[in-house]
Design a protein around this ligand. Structure first.
Ligand code: NAP
Ligand code: MG
Length: 400
């Protein structure tokens, strides 16, 4: 049988450490035997970023703008220790930050579910995807400690000289104040990314905030979501048989716990930070969390939510065999291959992606898994496999 053909290349962003090793093994063992893989390769490994003065990261993001679908390996975000370890010219920015700034995207994180790993919430049958707004609010704050009696105001000095004031608090004793902001354009592109992604996966969108308390601040988020939905997405949602609704964050929490899952939960920046860790942990493991960056104009960059698994890499360098879980990285590849298949009308390519995911989950359910899952899987008989043995077991299942 011939290999599955591709037309448009996928932007391939290689990375660092243990995930870089898994990256080439995944291609070699699971993809290349079946797919005539076309990629535009960018090496975002730290030595290559340093050598290119990080221009390679910008080039990879621009290629994603052009080609529409990318798959990214986990990468090191340099800190002082990495400067020394790799003898870097500069402390380069986080590649994800650079790519996000160029694509102007929203990050969607969803757990991969396996039958033998039970979510902490018994009612959850399908994954809950957290869509987190990644701009502003408490992540770009102005804070002030109040030590002596006095009046604190919000002062808005417009460029045309008009001044608006609003009293925050008349202090008679020590206290604290906080100022934060957001931008219409950022909220609008967040809403578009959520609705566009919902259509691409056929799931409903919940958006939660607290507009009963922050009538104007969260009220603006609510209004912009409503406006974007009504003007641009209501018809398409109807056709797809999915819905959008807004609800208060406390109501959303209660509904999420009672739900069966299978929806997209759009969260403001801080809510998304908290809820994504809650959802990831309640579903089982960080090594089973997928992540996709979606731009408002429909470009997709797939990756695993975890990092480069440094501790395992150092053991690997000492010649030890590691049991690092490649599942989320495999799912980054299948996400990109499936999306490329959809966009290019290559049914066989999308089916291959579905089949590879299925083989991966069946391998785990049949009892062969990496150490992180071995610790939590509910199976009468199970084996903790090395990364390579796990990949080979998946390959054997695909061949069958
Ligand atoms: P990490 O790589 O996610 O690993 C943290 C720990 O989680 C590991 O030591 C391991 O625990 C467990 N783990 C994570 N993924 C696993 C997997 N696939 N299989 C098995 N266990 C897994 O986070 P980190 O150690 O904080 O960061 C390492 C590097 O990754 C840093 O340089 C950071 O900058 C980078 N990073 C990159 C991204 C990205 O590119 N998206 C995201 C986060 C971090 P045990 O050691 O207990 O087995
Ligand atoms: Mg966090």
């Amino acid at each position: 049988m011939g290999k599955i053909a591709m037309t448009t290349p996928i932007v391939e962003m290689d990375g660092d450490e243990m995930t870089r090793i898994l990256w080439s093994r995944i291609k070699e063992v699971l993809i290349l035997p079946h797919v005539d893989l076309k990629t535009e390769y960018y090496d975002l490994g730290l030595p290559s970023r340093d050598k290119s003065d990080d221009s390679i990261t910008v080039a990879a993001a621009e290629a994603t703008r052009k080609l529409g679908v990318a798959v990214k390996c986990a990468t090191i975000t340099p800190n002082a220790q990495r400067m020394e370890e790799y003898g870097l010219k500069r402390m380069w920015r986080s590649p994800n930050g650079t790519i996000r700034a160029i694509l102007d995207g929203t990050v969607f994180r969803a757990p991969i579910m396996v039958d033998c790993i039970h979510p902490g919430v018994a009612a959850w049958k399908r994954p809950i995807t957290i869509a987190r707004h990644a701009y502003g609010d408490i992540y770009k704050p102005a804070e002030m400690k109040i030590d002596a009696p006095g009046m604190v105001e919000l002062v808005y000095t417009r460029a045309d000289g008009v001044v608006e004031r609003e009293l925050i608090q008349e202090f008679s004793e020590p206290g604290i104040v906080l100022g934060m902001h957001n931008k219409d354009a950022s909220i609008r592109s967040f809403a578009r990314a959520c609705f566009g992604y919902a259509l691409s996966v056929g799931q409903s969108v919940w958006f939660s905030a607290k507009d009963t308390i922050l009538k104007r601040y969260d009220g603006l988020f609510k209004d912009i979501f409503e406006d974007v939905f009504r003007r641009e997405y209501a018809e398409k949602f109807k056709e797809a048989g999915i819905e959008y609704f807004y609800t208060l964050i406390d109501d959303a929490v209660a509904r999420a716990i009672r739900s069966e899952g299978g929806f997209i939960w759009a969260c403001k920046n801080y809510d998304g930070d908290v809820m994504s860790d809650m959802v990831a942990t309640a579903f089982g493991s960080l090594a089973m969390m997928t992540s996709v960056l979606v731009s408002p104009d429909g470009k997709f960059e797939y990756e695993a939510a975890h990092g480069t698994v440094t501790r395992h890499y150092y053991r690997h360098l000492k010649g030890e065999t590691t049991s690092t879980n490649p599942t989320a990285t495999i799912f980054a590849w299948t996400g990109a291959l499936r999306k490329r298949g959809e966009l290019d009308g290559l049914q066989e390519l999308s089916s291959f992606a579905d089949g590879l995911e299925k083989a991966c989950l069946e391998t785990i359910n049949s009892g062969t898994m990496t150490g992180d899952l071995y610790a939590i899987a509910d199976l009468p008989s199970k084996t903790s496999a090395s990364s390579d043995a796990f990949l080979e077991a998946i390959a054997a299942r695909i061949r069958r």
